[in-house]
Design a protein around this ligand. Structure first.
Ligand SMILES: *Cc1c(COP(=O)(O)O)cnc(C)c1O
Length: 365
């Protein structure tokens, strides 16, 4: 069986370092808001290339905290609009609706699956406060045009970097391009914890302070509460584990790129289209999405041949039951992607022989 992602194997690679880090925290008697958080935050900010990184409980909270902070700062208000890709994971949308901000869905390009920067300007209104981009599947969604639109209309640029740790745009890492970015360290992400974890990165000192306070009950001093905050702290154990795995992230990402390169070179089935191009800087291949009009048959064919694949995502956010107010929206490109997308396995522990087997099967389908 070729697993979509073998987390046991991913962990085994760094087991001794991780055991040592976990033991250190267990023995320390200090489990929250300590040295491990401080160290990981400093190393992660340095890695992403921002002045600040603030650990928090998970990726969704990271995104919620950014927008909540902007509201506390008076930059945004309930009812304001935020441009967001229609093709994304539900968390990106929840971060807005949780704050009573209005998502304005913009279609992706069919050949990149990322937000179509030609469609953004016509979606901007007097209520628009931000463009929220998602580096989906590990690919950089930022373009110079998006940056120009933010300047022209005085909009904040927020990044969802949950799937793209280590990815670049030019010389900048994703997560350092905009005004703020949310990161998820869900176990299956390129940088994954042993449970839930997340972070916010930014160069804005005020935003960093407000996010940090909001993640700790709205408190800046013990038992003094400036905001109605939440409890969204990063555990010391998770911070210690993440700090170990961060050291290996670039190597792991390079291996993902080798796999992607092999897929791109060798997949030749005319029924399959590759919305991915080989770019070792602008893509860290969190996922390897392909499009196929016979997607469900291909999925089943691979499954009976012992290859696990996953659909990202079968139902777009605007079609979900929780968002009935948008169910009638027509977003044909996003909907077509939901019908045709299939993610092939890609991970730092996949053997090259397994990659070859996946290619053979896809081509034989
Ligand atoms: C995983 C993910 C999130 C949310 O992260 P959690 O840590 O699971 O809360 C947000 N956005 C995208 C695009 C994701 O893939």
């Amino acid at each position: 069986m070729i697993k979509f992602l073998d987390l046991q194997k991913v962990t085994a690679k760094y087991a001794s370092e991780i055991h040592e880090a976990v033991r250190r925290v267990v023995d320390s008697g200090w489990y929250l808001q300590g040295q491990e958080n401080e160290r990981f935050e400093a190393n992660y900010a340095n890695y992403i290339g921002t002045k600040y990184a603030i650990g928090c409980a998970n990726g969704l909270d990271a995104l919620i905290l950014i927008f909540k902070a902007y509201m506390e700062m008076g930059v945004m208000q309930a009812g304001d609009e935020v441009i967001v890709p229609a093709n994304t994971y539900i968390a990106s949308i929840l971060a807005l609706t949780e704050n009573n901000l209005v998502p304005v869905f913009v279609e992706p390009k069919f050949n990149t699956l990322e937000i179509d920067d030609d469609m953004i300007e016509s979606a901007i209104t007097s209520k628009t406060k931000a463009i929220f981009i998602v580096h989906l599947y590990g690919r950089c969604a930022y373009t110079e045009k998006i940056g120009q639109l933010c300047k022209k209309y005085n909009l904040k640029l927020v990044e969802d970097n949950a799937q793209a740790h280590g990815c670049y745009f030019g010389n900048q890492r994703t997560g350092s391009i905009g005004d703020a970015a949310g990161h998820s360290f869900y176990p299956g992400k390129n940088l994954g914890a042993f449970g839930d974890a997340g972070a916010v990165t930014t160069n804005n000192k005020v935003l960093a302070e407000v996010v940090r306070a909001l993640a700790n009950y709205g408190s800046t001093r013990k038992y003094v509460f400036k905001y109605c905050g939440r409890n969204s702290r990063l555990d010391e154990i998770q911070a210690a584990i993440l700090d170990v795995k961060l050291k290996h992230l670039d190597d792991d990402n390079e291996y993902r790129k080798d796999i992607a390169e092999y897929y791109i070179k060798h997949i030749s089935n005319p029924c399959v289209s590759l919305p991915v191009t080989m770019d070792r800087r602008n893509n860290v291949f969190h996922l390897f999405p392909i499009l196929c009009t016979k997607r469900d048959e291909l999925h089943d064919y691979l499954e009976v041949n012992d290859v696990q694949t996953i659909i990202h995502y079968p139902i777009p956010p605007h079609k979900q039951e929780c968002y009935q107010e948008w169910n009638a929206l027509s977003l044909p490109i996003t909907e077509q992607i939901a019908q045709q997308e299939l993610s092939l396995p890609v991970s730092p522990v996949m053997e090259m022989g397994e990659v070859r087997k996946v290619v053979e099967l896809v081509n034989r389908f």
